[in-house]
Ligand binder design. Structure first.
Ligand SMILES: [Zn+2]
Length: 301
């Protein structure tokens, strides 16, 4: 089967705030030559430094996947990477005039929609596939985190998340290579537990984050006083809790959290820089585990 590399037919721009930095940025995705891979270029910095979207350059995974090479540092690359890679884009140049990819609505829906509208251009070169010779595993047993990647005829991914949450329960999501990424995975939003969000808000670590671009899970009963405090903190009108979620949130899927974890791991696995045929089984995956697994694979190639 001929499997050619692809790029976008035209460029496409997005403007929005970064979730963690709160900075408004414009990001333009341009077509790129075969074998270019996906590269970020900081056009706001003198000399316009570039960083390849590869696991080798991951420097931080605490609240998203951050890559850095020389002066080119870009935060929260996982959602745009997920959309580009899963929609079939192998080569692209991403110009960005700030430090962080826009969070948009917390999902990759807008990215996937635009990639579909712009269309893909098939290129001369065949795609490069990573040769997965044996099973690759990464785990953090004390956190219940594990990722196993076994050689297989197709690329499939299954994700299970269990945070001992009475609101979320145990959730699963699965994805196959020719699956409906745009319809089934891209619309799923990022999420945070309220008890994790509060210290971040207090420490001013979430600036662009508001109630529209993250699902906020409320695990414990909260008092009237706490609600009043949150209302002031969010500055977005009165805060309410409905069925364990902050405000009148309509979930896009009952397992939206697991699907978002799928979105994230697909984006982080794109940092391998090559596609692969393999069966991925992930329990409680996160950016650290995802990118460490890709580092292991890149070193082994
Ligand atoms: Zn995410």
């Amino acid at each position: 089967m001929i499997d050619k590399q692809k790029t976008l037919k035209a460029s496409s721009s997005f403007t929005g705030k970064g979730l963690h930095t709160g900075k408004t940025v414009t990001m333009t995705i341009l077509p790129a030559e075969s074998d270019n891979g996906i590269i970020f270029r900081r056009v706001d910095i003198e000399g316009q430094p570039e960083v390849e979207a590869l696991a080798d350059y991951v420097v931080d995974t605490s609240r998203g996947t951050t890559i850095c090479k020389n002066d080119a540092k870009v935060y929260t690359i996982e959602h745009i990477m997920s959309a580009l890679w899963s929609m079939g884009v192998d080569n692209a140049l991403i110009e960005i005039n700030g430090p962080e990819v826009p969070i948009m609505d917390g999902s990759a829906r807008e990215y996937a929609t635009r990639i579909m509208e712009v269309g893909l251009q098939e290129q001369e070169q065949d795609r490069h596939y990573y040769e997965l010779k044996e099973k690759v595993s990464f785990s953090i047993p004390e956190k219940g985190v594990s990722i196993d990647i076994e050689p297989a005829d197709e690329f499939t991914v299954s994700v299970e998340v269990d945070y001992n949450s009475r609101v979320l329960g145990v959730q699963n999501s699965s994805f196959v290579e020719k699956g409906d990424y745009k319809g089934e995975i891209a619309p799923c939003r990022t999420f945070v537990f309220l008890h994790e969000l509060e210290p971040l808000l207090n420490a001013n670590l979430i600036k662009g984050g508001d109630l529209e671009n993250a699902i906020v899970v409320v695990e414990h009963e909260i008092s009237e006083e706490e609600i009043a405090r949150l209302t002031a903190l969010f500055n977005k009108g009165e805060v309410k809790v409905t069925n364990g979620y902050l405000n009148h949130l309509q979930l896009r899927f009952s397992n939206e959290i697991a699907r978002h974890k799928m979105l994230d791991i697909l984006g982080d696995m794109a940092l391998l820089g090559k596609r692969f045929k393999g069966k991925v089984t992930a329990y409680r995956p996160g950016h650290y585990a995802n990118t460490e697994t890709m580092k292991i694979m890149r070193k082994a190639q």
